[in-house]
Design a protein around this ligand. Structure first.
Ligand code: UGA
Length: 442
């Protein structure tokens, strides 16, 4: 089927390439000319496993092209996916849907009769209904549906090819039929398909992210209790998660969540619920957010405590800059938040990351950067493990011990093997693990 994908960020570029890969004829549209030029040569704008190969293949096949014009898009197809960003509004908690509105408004006068616009962006509940009315006023025979995206960064291609579920919020049987047809290869392979009204579909997305964020903050709240009670949060999480009704996933304690989705999505959800008069029902999301932010502060506090009360004049190493492993994304990265807070208190902070150094340097030019772990840790008074890249678990504590000034590491992701670090003469500390640290109880 012919389709356009408007917005070539994480969601759009992967969706466009995967749709072309399963045989559809796709035009990707973005206002960024540089990005469109690179994409037209099959070059991915982001680090995402498998994406470069997929783009190169689908562009070469002729089934994937790119343009900067939404009028081209309106002419190209009668099916349009909207994948533009919905960041947090400046100075507020709600989602800024102006980019989504602008796409629909600019397309509306040009769409072919009978067009279907399908939103994939994360939006406040009620957006489809609001935009549907606006579209119909200009293009009476066209309609809007919502098909939220659940892909995780770092697994974007795999998640798009084989999603856990496909959710579509539609106002007509025809819209549902079109979406069933385009996702047919996934449906044949057994991916569950939920067809519902637009409001429910919009809510499935934000409810899913809110639940996962709550699970992370829950275990981090337990870490605070463990610190107070002299218990160990890592063992606690393993034992609690062994109950299959709870499960281990997203029960990893540590520095908490960041990135372009969870923090802004839970705030936007709470703000929208407030507008709808249901704010009280999900007021706990404010606490989820607060617990998450507190983890960053507590990590800085623990680090300061470990170096004797002041960072002034010290050299601190930060392992990790991305908001999570397998990603080069540094948006709202807890790792960089902690690193820059420590720098502001007078330390020289040198950061390593396997993929995100370029992005980090761009946003945090005041930090120093190193291309390998020993360089980052040279002469360090304290090493901070801030992003759980698998390669950091492979570090030899004995070898790294020979480059630092103090064999002291704060495992802010609670994934390092404490015993092997300690047996190489290191002091390893972690929030929620007072017995491991043996020194942090307040
Ligand atoms: C998240 C969701 O997992 C996706 O389903 C969703 O589509 C996406 O947001 C979105 O709304 O676009 P993503 O932001 O890529 O995906 O990252 P996650 O893997 O969910 O991790 C989010 C944050 O939680 C990371 O900072 C990660 O380090 C942290 N995390 C995750 C924990 O602190 N503990 C855990 O146990 C798991």
């Amino acid at each position: 089927m012919r389709m356009t994908v408007i917005g070539t960020g994480y969601v759009g570029v992967v969706h466009a390439a995967c749709m072309a890969d399963i045989g559809h004829d796709v035009l990707g549209v973005d206002i960024d000319e540089g990005r469109v030029a690179a994409l037209s040569e099959g070059k991915a704008p982001i680090y995402e496993p498998g994406l470069n190969e997929l783009l190169a293949r689908t562009v070469r096949s002729g089934r994937l092209r790119f343009s900067t014009s939404t009028t081209d898009a309106a002419r190209f197809a009668r099916l349009h996916f909207v994948c533009v960003g919905t960041p947090q509004v400046r100075g507020g908690e709600a989602a800024d849907v102006s980019h989504v509105d602008a796409v629909v408004d600019s397309m509306a006068p040009h769409v072919q009769p009978g067009s279907l616009i399908v939103g994939k962006s994360t939006v406040p509940v009620g957006t489809t209904a609001r935009l549907g009315a606006r579209l119909r006023a200009v293009a009476p025979h066209s309609e809007i549906a919502w098909n939220p995206e659940f892909l995780r960064e770092g697994f974007a291609v795999a998640d798009t090819r084989r999603p856990e579920r496909i959710v579509v919020g539609v106002e007509s049987r025809r819209a549902e039929a079109v979406l069933r047809e385009i996702y047919q290869p996934m449906l044949i392979s057994g991916v569950p398909f939920f067809s519902t009204d637009p409001a429910t579909a919009e809510l499935v997305k934000v409810a899913s992210n809110a639940f996962l964020a709550t699970k992370i903050s829950f275990i981090n709240a337990m870490a605070e209790v463990c610190d107070a009670a002299g218990a160990d949060v890592v063992t606690l999480a393993e034992a609690v998660g062994a109950d299959p009704r709870i499960g281990h996933r997203f029960l990893q304690p540590g520095l908490g969540f960041g990135g372009s989705c969870f923090p802004k999505d839970i705030r936007a959800f709470a703000a929208r619920a407030e507008e709808l008069g249901a704010g009280e029902a999900i007021s706990f999301l404010h606490q989820v957010d607060e617990i998450n932010t507190r983890q960053r502060r507590r990590t800085v506090d623990l680090a300061r405590h470990l170096v004797g009360g002041s960072f002034a004049g010290l050299r601190i190493a930060g392992l990790g800059a991305a908001f999570k492993p397998e990603s080069d994304d540094v948006r709202d990265s807890p790792a960089l938040d902690v690193a820059s807070a420590i720098r502001r208190e007078g330390a020289e902070v040198r950061v390593h990351d396997p993929e995100a150094v370029d992005n980090a340097r761009h946003r945090f030019p005041g930090l120093q950067y190193a291309l390998d772990v020993p360089k980052a840790c040279e002469g360090a008074d304290l090493v901070l493990h801030l992003t759980a890249w698998p390669e950091y678990r492979e570090i030899s504590p004995a070898e790294l011990g020979s480059v630092v000034r103090n064999r002291q590491i704060l495992d802010a992701r609670a994934t390092l093997d404490a015993a092997s670090w300690r047996s190489a003469g290191w002091t390893l500390s972690a929030l929620g693990r007072p017995k491991i640290t043996g020194m942090y109880t307040d």
